[in-house]
Design a protein around this ligand. Sequence first.
Ligand code: CP
Length: 306
Amino acid sequence: MKGKSLVSIDQCSKGDILRILENAGKFEENPNRTLLEGKVAATLFFEPSTRTRLSFETAVNRLGGRVIGFQDASTTSSSKGETLKDTILMVSNYADLIIMRHYLEGAARYASEVTDVPVINAGDGANQHPSQTLLDLYSIQKTQGQLTDLTITIVGDLKYGRTVHSLIVGMSHFNPTFHFIAPEELRMPDEQKNLCDKLGINYTEHTVFTEDIINQSDILYMTRVQRERFTDLEEYERVKNIYILKNDMLKGSRDNLRILHPLPRVNEIAYDVDDNPKAYFIQQAHNGLFTRQAIICEVLGITELI
Ligand code: CP
């Protein structure tokens, strides 16, 4: 993967993943290094973001680079009809690295095909969010001491959840057991289930969120029902509050259980969970800084992390 774009977690071998996580650990020890001196990164966000954009920009700043870009595409010439191709070609004139979030699935791959500048996919529609997966894996390894043989329960919007789709692929190297909890309308797509079948990964689908499943889990990965992906808002209203994790549901859970969420949350984790030591979603987002520093160095081919 060195010196290339990161558009999908499928590109990462098990070795790539383990190297990036090891390097993320080094950045956690010392995030302030001058590895990007003289380099410019462009953050192009065609969809809203808090964590992904700010942690990428912090990552570049702490590595001594500079950031250009936009967080609101309506202020750019794309609002005048400029194509994505021309936007990417223009930004390639100015930047050494492009970090892009786009509402269209496949937009990051397309961008990577029209430029020689490395592109990092910061989320493309309901498709992929590979940097989120790498920070999720870093968080899982850090809290569990390992990535292998874990039981991971994923709850909520499994149909549109790009973080979920990437997580299945990323964890597939490490012999997981999955529980997928979703309403009928938001079940895990066949693509991800077929991958599990092909690789012999155990998974069980549920529509009811029970303490029994929580008690079997090492990781409980909660997700938001994503209003912005629904074409039928009545359907969204029907399912939006279907699963809410409350603190008293955790009383029989394993000591090592950690609760992750890519965030933002809406209602799916009650605030009484926040003080439970098993709640890890705020630290998880913090880990995004170190993981994204490692990803930036990986795609730019920087191997000496001095
Ligand atoms: N997890 C995540 O992608 O968060 P943001 O939408 O705030 O970037």
